[in-house]
Unconditional design. Structure first.
Length: 476
């Protein structure tokens, strides 16, 4: 009996133990976090910049109209596709006719001014020619008269020199004759007639009067001085006449008034021709080519200005896409980047190269991205979504972004580990601090050495975990 009772108690004990084991496991399954794990992988980090833009034409045509014309009605809107010859807007005919009359009056006034200026120019030119001709005549006369006066003065000097030379020759002959007579007188004295000869010799040796020679010499000096005066006078007169001729040949200062008026006259005639053409078309302004209205400054009831009334993208030109990005996106977008475009029609265009990225002057901090678009792929005016990707790597140690915790510069991951316990081996997590080199929307590239490729990191959990927390793997 006691043995049966003992066996009964033993059976109840083992049953209780089994029950408690199941209850313990049930409680453990409720308190322990279920996690998913993954090993680091070799990945490329992809940075994607998304935005919206608009397709535009590369060839533009501006429609300019005479300034100050009243606009009766505008028939198109910006972004609207138009055909060549389609009416864009209509001007008031009365305004055009009034402008035509004013233009004709302006043309007549400027034409008269041009005629007056040309007449004054012709008179001034003729007067200038007369002055130059008279100056040349004065110079020629000064040279001719001066040469004559010099020639006359030179002749008078030559005559004076000749008279002096003749006198001196006669004087020399007389002296020679006296010397001969003196010599003959000395010979007679030696024959006994010395007294008479001495008397005659004394008479022969009496000094001559030199006043005539001095007068002739004075005349030569006077004639030489006169010649020099004539030469100086001639040179001064020629120099003065030459300067007068140079002054007469100086051209008049350039006056562009006539040319300016001629340019104005040409412009006024062109404007009048344009106004008359619009009057013939009853004020209708037509599209010069097939295209899309880029912008429209004209408004119904307003007036035309100096700016273009309308600007069209021509369909015959190339296409570009213009979109906007932020300053932060510049790290991943630059000239040469490749974009993918998706139009509102669903058309997708890949491998579109970015041509330029420039700051929007009207909106600082925003940058305009411009990319060349293949023709016939999209249409002018169509809105598009664009994506520009920049790929870095590959990196050998990448973990899913969901495995990364902490603030920037203090990032960490939870690593799966196995530990021994009273219940046997259990799975726990260990906090491991890492250095992030780069990350995108899905992956984080870690500095080599932060982890090993054999370790597994927690990528997902059904509850909050911390360093040392027990875990169990989710069943796949």
């Amino acid at each position: 009996m006691d043995r049966k009772k003992l066996l009964k108690w033993c059976a109840l004990f083992f049953c209780a133990m089994v029950l408690f084991t199941f209850l313990s496991r049930a409680a453990d399954s409720v308190s322990v976090a279920k996690v998913s794990v993954a090993a680091p992988q070799n990945q490329v980090i992809v940075h994607a910049v998304n935005g919206t833009g608009k397709i535009k034409g590369t060839k533009e045509t501006a429609v300019f109209l005479p300034e100050g014309q009243k606009i009766a009605q505008v028939h198109v809107n910006a972004g609207e596709a138009v055909k060549k010859g389609q009416v864009l807007l209509t001007l008031l005919e009365s305004s055009l006719k009034e402008s035509a009359v004013k233009k004709q009056d302006e043309i007549q006034e400027i034409s008269l001014k041009i005629g007056d200026i040309q007449s004054q120019k012709d008179v001034a030119q003729q007067k200038k020619q007369y002055e130059a001709s008279r100056a040349q005549e004065d110079l020629d006369t000064a040279v001719s008269n001066g040469d004559i006066n010099i020639s006359n003065a030179q002749n008078e000097l030559n005559i004076a020199n000749q008279r002096l030379a003749e006198y001196r020759a006669e004087k020399a002959a007389r002296e020679k004759k006296k010397n001969q007579e003196q010599n003959n007188g000395e010979a007679d004295f030696s024959d006994g007639n010395a007294q008479n000869d001495l008397t005659d010799g004394n008479n022969l040796m009496e000094p001559e009067d030199n006043s005539q020679e001095q007068a002739l010499m004075d005349d030569v000096r006077a004639k030489t001085e006169a010649l020099n005066q004539v030469i100086m006078s001639r040179n001064q007169e020629v120099k003065a006449a030459g300067r007068a001729r140079q002054d007469a040949s100086i051209p008049e200062a350039r006056d562009s008034t006539g040319e300016t008026l001629e340019t104005q006259l040409i412009r006024l005639n062109e404007e009048l021709e344009e106004i008359n053409s619009l009057i013939e078309k009853k004020g209708q302004v037509e599209a010069p080519s097939d295209g899309v209205i880029k912008n429209l400054s004209a408004q119904s009831g307003g007036q035309t200005a100096q700016d273009a009334a309308a600007v069209l993208y021509e369909l015959t030109g190339g296409l570009i896409m213009e979109g906007s990005i932020t300053k932060e996106d510049l790290e991943y977008v630059s000239a040469g980047s490749v974009a993918t475009l998706t139009g509102t029609s669903g058309t997708e265009v890949e491998n579109v190269q970015v041509q330029s990225v420039q700051e929007d002057s009207a909106n600082p901090g925003t940058f305009i991205l411009t990319a060349r678009v293949p023709e016939s792929s999209l249409t002018v005016g169509e809105s598009v979504d664009f994506t520009v990707e920049k790929k870095n790597g590959p990196y050998s140690l990448c973990v899913p972004l969901s495995a990364l915790y902490g603030a920037e510069g203090q990032e960490y991951v939870f690593v799966q580990e196995t530990r021994d316990s009273v219940l046997g081996e259990v799975q726990v997590v260990r906090k491991a601090f890492v250095t992030v080199k780069e990350k995108d929307e899905s992956w984080a590239a870690l500095q080599e050495g932060s982890l090993s490729t054999s370790q597994k990191v927690i990528t997902g959990t059904d509850r909050e975990i911390d360093d040392g927390s027990r875990i169990r793997l989710q069943e796949s």
